[in-house]
Design a protein around this ligand. Structure first.
Ligand code: PHB
Length: 357
């Protein structure tokens, strides 16, 4: 019987175990978005994970929404990531990059020429943007014109080419957590009246076009997609998430992706979530299914052995435990995570969590 420590193939990506390091924003790159030596150390320390998914990584200058994110669209960024992938591969690990466009979850101070953030519709999110000058009120984003969408798809294509050149084992399209593609999917943020809004088919159109474009470059067996059907984080909602995300799951089946990565609830203790049957989504999904949200060893093993998931992504435990796989394997105690050092800072709370002695 399989458990977290059994190997598995997600499409073309062969994992030595089913413990995945979830994408985690850490805000510790340089301000030109180039991954640095500290980032290399951090990822290499965690190479015993079956798969590392990098922190969400902007695909263009307009895709940024927080300080000190690494990017994946310039030559210098590719060179920086190459050091990361080489270090992870040297330790026998696998690593994919999460391709990110934040859409409205940004601020003019983070964007070229103080541009307005872009979104499917001009709807301001509740809450505050994280900027170099501290927290600032979100602004009302500019609704993307239909004619601008091909250029956004081209940004995903360019970032995918950059990712392959940087040596990644694949890419994950971030379509979750209230960022651009999720803003198109859910009708709380998508009020469009063109063929990108309204019906489920229309709201899913941009994601499908992005996936098709990325798959054409990387190969479907190296592409995953992340969804978060009921995560309210970033002021998100949908009038019928079960219908919408069942539909998206079935449409994605056509691409024969490496995996579907599902945030099975709300993140950042974002409050009440709407009811949702993730088992149904899993049943509809023809690719490998990666589950994520506050799993621990027992729940992770249960998800694998029951057939609910093919792999399980762990976030906070991987921040605090570079050797999380070995600790779970041997039932060694875990380091506590220090939430004050999650976002930004130095090696403290980043690369200085001890391996088990
Ligand atoms: C965050 O920085 O809080 C963040 C980033 C990407 C996500 C979720 C949260 O998908």
């Amino acid at each position: 019987m399989s458990d977290l420590f059994s190997p598995v193939k997600l499409g073309a990506i062969a994992l030595k175990n089913r413990m995945v390091m979830a994408p985690l924003t850490r805000n510790r790159s340089s301000n030109d978005g180039v991954p640095n030596d500290l980032n290399v150390t951090y990822y290499a320390q965690r190479a015993s994970a079956g798969l590392i998914i990098t922190e969400a990584t902007p695909i263009s200058a307009m895709a940024h929404g927080y300080p000190l994110l690494p990017g994946i669209y310039t030559d210098a960024q590719v060179a920086g990531w190459k050091k990361v992938t080489q270090a992870v591969h040297a330790k026998g690990g696998k690593i994919v990059i999460q391709l990110w466009h934040v859409g409205r979850i940004s601020h003019p101070s983070l964007l070229p020429n103080q541009a307005l953030p872009v979104a499917p519709s001009a709807i301001k999110p509740a809450g505050k943007a994280v900027t170099y000058e501290g927290l600032q009120d979100f602004v009302t984003p500019r609704a993307l014109m239909r004619e601008e969408l091909p250029a956004i798809i081209q940004e995903y294509e360019h970032a995918t080419r950059c990712a392959l050149e940087a040596g990644f084992d694949g890419v994950e399209v971030h379509s979750a957590n209230g960022y651009l593609l999720d803003q198109f999917l859910r009708d709380g943020t998508n009020h469009r009246d063109d063929e990108y809004g309204g019906s489920m088919e229309n709201r899913a159109r941009l994601l499908m076009q992005v996936v098709q474009a990325v798959v054409a470059i990387a190969g479907a067996d190296k592409v995953g997609v992340r969804l978060s059907p009921v995560n309210p984080f970033n002021d998100m909602q949908d009038s019928n998430p079960q219908a919408m995300f069942n539909y998206v799951t079935q449409q994605l089946n056509a691409y024969k992706l490496a995996y579907l990565h599902v945030v099975e609830g709300g993140i950042h203790s974002g409050g009440e979530t709407q009811p949702f049957d993730f088992a149904e989504m899993r049943r509809l999904c023809n690719s490998a299914y990666m589950a994520n949200l506050a799993y621990d060893k027992a729940r992770g093993n249960a998800a694998i052995s029951s057939g609910h998931a093919d792999a399980v992504a762990f976030g906070v435990p991987f921040i605090a435990n570079p050797d999380l796989v070995e600790r779970y394997q041997h039932d060694w105690p875990l380091n506590e995570a220090d939430s004050n050092s999650f976002y930004g800072g130095t090696e403290k709370g980043y690369t200085d969590y001890p391996f088990y002695q």
